[in-house]
Design a protein around this ligand. Structure first.
Ligand SMILES: [Zn+2]
Length: 294
């Protein structure tokens, strides 16, 4: 039995060893884990440096700065991470790629210009003013009729006045349309020869000498209604102000244009410029001097 008791300590020793062995194993495991962590950390660092190169340091600064935004500025200046900042200028080297991306953007404006180009010719639908045409001649106190000017005239239907033969049809059409609207027009003056103009000028009945009056051209008419050479405020005046341009006539001396035309407002004086131009002058709101000066 004594042997058996001796064995006990022997049995206790292995028990102690068994207790110590786990301790050694635990240390080894800890060391192994630490080594593994170090290897992984070093390996990861090397891999990151190889993979991202100098940018890896920048990445660490970003990572640190994002971790502590309030302190991000200070460590960037003091810590060795600052060494990565001088390498930042290398980033612009990669920026040229952005410049390359801008080139296709430049192509877009070209396409837009192509789109705009058809719009540009669409803008000048303005027909060129036929300033040299007979119906666009400018006659005023500063611009007399050309020397040797002559005009063929025709008597206006239902009156003893005459106009340029070429405008007689439009004038008759305008009068007929007004008559259908229940209006009655009376012509007080139309074509007036240069000789007649000079007689009136010599008599002091006009301040416009021969050749400087629009009535000398055969393109102007003074229209009133029955009994009123000045039909201001009448239905005939209102109708002409709205429809005269449809037949090629414009109000020649509008209110507010006295300084340009040289004449006070004459509600009765209408001038022929052709239907197309009359519409444009009417819509422009300009007097003839302004319209021709465009
Ligand atoms: Zn007149």
């Amino acid at each position: 039995m004594s042997n058996g008791t001796r064995i006990d300590p022997e049995e206790r020793e292995p028990r102690a060893i068994k207790i110590r062995q786990p301790k050694h194993k635990g240390r080894k495991i800890v060391i192994a884990v630490l080594c593994a962590v170090l290897v992984l950390a070093l390996g990861g660092g090397v891999f990151a440096f190889i993979e991202y190169g100098p940018d890896f340091l920048d990445f660490t600064t970003v990572f640190i700065s994002t971790g502590t935004p309030s302190e991000s500025e200070e460590p960037a200046e003091d810590e060795p991470l600052q060494s990565s900042q001088p390498e930042i200028p290398e980033e612009p080297v990669s920026e040229p790629e952005q410049v390359v991306t801008e080139e296709p953007i430049e192509e877009d404006p070209e396409h837009e210009e192509d789109v705009d180009e058809p719009e540009v010719p669409a803008e000048p639908p303005k027909p060129e003013i036929p300033k040299d045409e007979w119906f666009m001649i400018l006659v005023n106190k500063e611009n007399p009729l050309p020397e040797g000017f002559t005009v063929e005239t025709a008597v206006i239907d239902g009156s003893n006045h005459a106009v340029d033969t070429r405008i007689a049809a439009d004038l008759s059409a305008m009068v007929a349309a007004g008559n259908e609207a229940g209006l009655d027009f009376v012509f007080y003056t139309a074509y007036r020869s240069v000789e007649k103009q000079n007689e009136l000028f010599a008599a002091g009945k006009t301040d416009v000498p021969g050749g400087f009056g629009e009535h000398n051209s055969g393109l102007a008419v003074d229209i009133g209604n029955a009994g009123n050479a000045d039909f201001s405020g009448s239905a005939e005046e209102a109708w002409l102000l709205e429809h005269a341009h449809e037949y090629g006539f414009i109000l020649r001396y509008p209110e507010g244009k006295e300084d340009i035309t040289g004449f006070k407002h004459e509600p009765w004086h209408f001038r022929y410029v052709g239907r197309e131009q009359a519409k444009l002058v009417f819509e422009s709101g300009l007097c003839l001097e302004e319209y021709l000066a465009q």
